[in-house]
Design a binder for this molecule. Structure first.
Ligand SMILES: [Zn+2]
Length: 353
């Protein structure tokens, strides 16, 4: 729903952080069969760990199946694969994988899961990176929930004291990491979102890659134009008599797309994220705006300006909780709803000075 503005994401730092994350020498109960198979060659000279970059290079040279697919793809290319190239690259890689026989495909699947271990990187590398450089505040998919950082605690790691942040976000893999494991750590495949959007019931059950209606809805894409194309619209329900809105039950809010059906179509973005259904629980926000519009006409607001000395626009902004014209919609929940409803109700939005 909200485009991710990634201008503050430092790609080089992301790459540095990811490539140096290490894999420990496997213990006997380790489930990492790739490390176990190669431990004598990987952990020579009493080495206790190898970095992701070392492991990847090693497999490029020594593992025949891995080599067939990834010999000409640098790890850095995969990790920093730009959002515009994701679909194309996956297609190319999958074409090569499909040429392998079934046994080799199985082997490769295991190796990729062993190497691109999302769970290993998530708390240590990925979440802190996103907190620092993107500082996500609300879910990019739904704009309903806060996903901000809410605290920190001191933890001991390898004998050193470190600050660990607690946050409310989860990272969704826009292209499924189960099936396309080699994209599990790719920056532009990671979407900070709320737990509901990332749950099995919503995004978890849908294949986005290769799905014509969904594959171009990655919020990092410059062409992601949901906010321009789709607007919240206000409708009156049958329970509303004489156009007199008395309660939130008298109104209905729905997302409607103008002049195209990129997001608003059967099995499309709005339907898959169940946005219309989920926003029904928040009709009170719109009802309050309607009530305020009745109470605070322009002449009333001007009276308040005279009385308080506070500029008219500021009073209006506070009463209607208006969103500034250039505001980053990801910073507050329901900001898109408020912005669209202000337009719908003819409440002039506040312009930045
Ligand atoms: Zn969400």
């Amino acid at each position: 729903m909200i485009e991710i503005n990634y201008k503050n994401l430092d790609l080089e730092i992301y790459w540095e952080e990811v490539k140096k994350e290490t894999f420990q020498k496997p213990k006997s109960d380790s489930t990492n069969t790739t490390l176990k198979d190669y431990q004598d060659k990987l952990f020579i000279d009493k080495k206790l760990s190898v970095s992701l970059e070392e492991l990847y290079r090693f497999l490029q040279e020594k593992n025949d199946v891995f080599k067939t697919i990834f010999s000409d793809i640098e790890l850095k290319t995969l990790i920093l694969l730009h959002v515009d190239e994701l679909n194309h690259k996956v297609r190319k890689i999958e074409e090569k994988i499909n040429l392998l026989d079934e046994d080799k495909q199985k082997q490769l699947k295991i190796i990729l899961k062993d190497v691109f271990q999302y769970s290993k990187f998530q708390a240590k590398v990925l979440a802190p990176y996103f907190e620092k450089y993107l500082n996500p505040r609300t879910c990019y998919y739904c704009n309903i929930d806060f996903i901000n950082r809410y605290g920190e605690e001191e933890v001991e790691k390898n004998g050193k004291k470190e600050i660990e942040f607690k946050n409310k976000f989860t990272l969704d893999h826009f292209i499924d990491k189960g099936r396309y494991s080699y994209l599990a750590l790719s920056l532009f495949n990671l979407i900070p979102c709320c737990f509901i959007c990332n749950s099995k019931k919503i995004k978890g059950s849908i294949e986005f890659y290769g799905n014509e209606k969904l594959q171009n809805t990655n919020p990092y894409l410059r062409s992601f134009d949901f906010d321009e194309k789709v607007k919240f619209k206000l409708f009156l329900t049958d329970s509303c008599e004489d156009l007199d809105i008395k309660s939130k039950d008298n109104i209905d809010i729905r997302l409607k797309e103008n002049y195209s059906n990129k997001y608003d179509c059967k099995d499309g973005y709005i339907e898959k994220f169940q946005l219309d259904k989920r926003y029904q629980a928040h009709k009170d926000i719109v009802f309050e705006m309607l009530e305020n519009a009745k109470l605070y006409s322009d002449s009333r607001l001007k009276e308040l300006q005279e009385l308080t000395g506070i500029p008219y626009q500021e009073i209006k902004k506070d009463i209607f909780n208006l969103i500034e014209d250039d505001a980053d919609l990801s910073k507050e929940p329901f900001s898109k709803l408020r912005k669209d409803m202000a337009d719908e109700l003819g409440i002039e939005r506040v312009r930045l000075k």
